[in-house]
Each structure stands twice: as C-alpha cells, then as structure tokens.
Design a protein around this ligand. Structure first.
Ligand SMILES: [Zn+2]
Length: 82
C-alpha cells in the first residue's frame, strides 16, 4: 500500500517538474520573440516618430498603422481623418 503512495508522489512530482519546465520554456519563447520585434542587435530599442505630433518613442510603445507610427490612438484617429 505504501509503495503505491510512493509511486503516486513520484508521478505527481514528475508531472509538476515537467509542467514547470514547459511553463519556463513558454515564457522564454515569448520573451525572445518580443526581443526580436522590439530590440536592436545591441539591445537598444528602435525609436519611431509619431506622424501626428512628431514625438519620438520606442517602437514597443507606439501604435503601428500601415507604414506609420503614432504615440496614441487619438493621434492615429485624427491622422486618418485628414
Ligand atoms: Zn502623437
């Protein structure tokens, strides 16, 4: 009977460790994907310019609409109206 409990505990432990590895792998995958989009090779973030107010901001914080970038949704909406 106690052997069954030991097997069960080992099974649960293996499952938990496997789940943690999977979770870590998933987080790592997402992070490296984000780095490829937002970061240059030297680690600095690409700066883009808002088409409406000409302010410079990191690409990760900008709103992209086609080939243009905007600092906020208000500027994107008002630029598209013009
Ligand atoms: Zn703006």
């Amino acid at each position: 009977m106690s052997l069954l409990i030991v097997r069960l505990v080992v099974f649960v432990l293996l499952f938990w460790v496997g789940f943690r590895i999977w979770q870590y792998w998933q987080t790592h995958q997402i992070e490296s994907k984000n780095n490829q989009i937002n970061k240059n090779e030297d680690g600095s973030e690409t700066m883009v310019r808002c088409e409406k107010c000409q302010i410079h901001l990191p690409q990760g914080n900008a709103i992209k609409a086609g080939e243009y970038y905007f600092c906020c949704q208000e500027h994107q909406a008002s630029f598209e109206k013009e």
